[in-house]
Design a protein. Structure first.
Length: 183
């Protein structure tokens, strides 16, 4: 049907099963895991442990030009959302910006073990987000949280940057669980 060799497909599915992304039911099919409370909580807890520490390092070591570019791109996307809403292009820009910020912060630790773990963790985050509501106010809130992190990094204040990241991830956890409060 797909004209794909069976062995690589089987290996890929076993890897996805080992990662907890799918459940393989012998002779009856494959089930994608629907992220629930425990997976969401565990993912954001692990993210918080890694990113809080990494953000403090990033605040001290990031290049000025990189911070300025992150700030510029965030402000441009915020402006575009306020003008045009969540277009397909804006959604693509958001994904790039999210990856750029968080992966740059993790990369500042210069630790291949953490990089590897974070890449797997990022897959869980993407899985959780598939089931998440995306609206203009929620996206703008997240981008403003990013700006707090970026501005604290630009000020070279590792404690404020780490606290801003912790607040962002706590809000992201609430959004991931569908808990929306008046911001």
């Amino acid at each position: 049907m797909l004209q794909i060799p069976v062995a690589p497909l089987r290996d890929a599915l076993k890897l996805l099963e080992a990662e907890g992304i799918v459940i393989i039911h012998s002779r009856s099919g494959i089930q994608f895991v629907k992220p629930g409370f425990e997976l969401t909580r565990s993912t954001y807890q692990f993210r918080s442990i890694l990113e809080r520490a990494a953000t403090g390092v990033y605040a001290q070591t990031a290049e000025e030009a990189d911070l300025a570019e992150l700030e510029r791109r965030h402000l441009a996307v915020i402006e575009e959302i306020e003008r045009s809403g969540l277009t397909d292009q804006v959604r693509a820009d958001l994904e790039q910006l999210e990856t750029l910020l968080h992966h740059s912060i993790i990369a500042s630790l210069n630790n291949p073990l953490i990089d590897s773990s974070y890449k797997r963790l990022h897959n869980y985050v993407r899985l959780i987000r598939l089931d998440r509501k995306v609206t203009v106010p929620l996206v703008l809130q997240s981008l403003r949280e990013h700006m707090q992190v970026i501005l604290a990094c630009k000020a070279r204040d590792p404690e404020a940057a780490a606290a801003a990241m912790q607040a962002h991830l706590a809000s992201a956890l609430q959004r991931g669980l569908g808990l929306y409060y008046g911001y």
